[in-house]
Design a protein around this ligand. Sequence first.
Ligand code: CP
Ligand code: NVA
Length: 303
Amino acid sequence: MTIRHFLDLADIDAATLRQILEHAGKLKADRARGKQPPLLQSKKLAMIFEKNSTRTRVSFEVAMVELSGHALCFNGSDLQLGRGETIADTARVLSRYVDAIMLRCQGHDKLQELAAHASVPVINGLTEFSHPCQIMADILTFEEHCGPIKGKTIAWVGDGNNVAQSLIQAAALFGFTLKLACPPQLNPLPEVLAWAKARGGRVEVMESPQSAVKGADAVVTDTWVSMGDPDAEAQIRMLLPYQVNSELMALAAPQAIFLHCLPAHRGEEVTAEVIDGPQSRVFDEAENRLHVQKAILSWCLSH
Ligand code: CP
Ligand code: NVA
């Protein structure tokens, strides 16, 4: 039986991702009515964080508790992993105790190695390459406010980072147009763009934030310096013209929403006026991590 890992959107077919989103919407509605189905009764999730986290950590933990399961959370340095025990042995050992493992780390290959040696599902809680759980929550949020994402136009402004790369994969899988404005030195990886284009994805990378945002249904950005980025100062200098402010938002469609995975830096990648303004949906987006996490866990563990 194949193990249902959730490592990258690109590994999962569009119909399955759509089912996960539908389930997330249903679980959200259930929760609003005070209903918490015990879908993960007696299931245990181990979470390993080699980088900081607020949303991912808390939403996964609450998701497990609300579905009647249990979550165990570790910093990478708490485990023997931090003293040189191999990823492969960690995977084999944890697989004997828990039903799923979530990893946030630097080095996407580490995540892949964990999955290769685990006999339980492994979930990507963010690597420098991708952040698939985040983009599932973004799509749920977009569709709640703007209707089906298929055929719509999303603008990404800023660093072509892990979140942008998952968004590129999503564009091909969910059928939306994605215009990314990035400084050329910070473009997404060519192989990610090639993957999306080979699947008919309408993904365009450009330098001008104004061109990317023009007429877009949503404007999305992220921090200028991601966890693990080596040269913050140089990166910030390149990104200065990429701030999402009211002038830039004014170029988007009149009903456009603003999304940001958070944590945000007001006055850098986005102004307070935009992130705290009427077009911003960032706290719905953060909440939706919880509902999506539940649906992802249910999918991984219902096999
Ligand atoms: N968006 C997101 O993944 O937030 P955390 O880093 O707080 O988990
Ligand atoms: N791109 C950011 C996302 C944080 C949730 C980072 O990797 O630090």
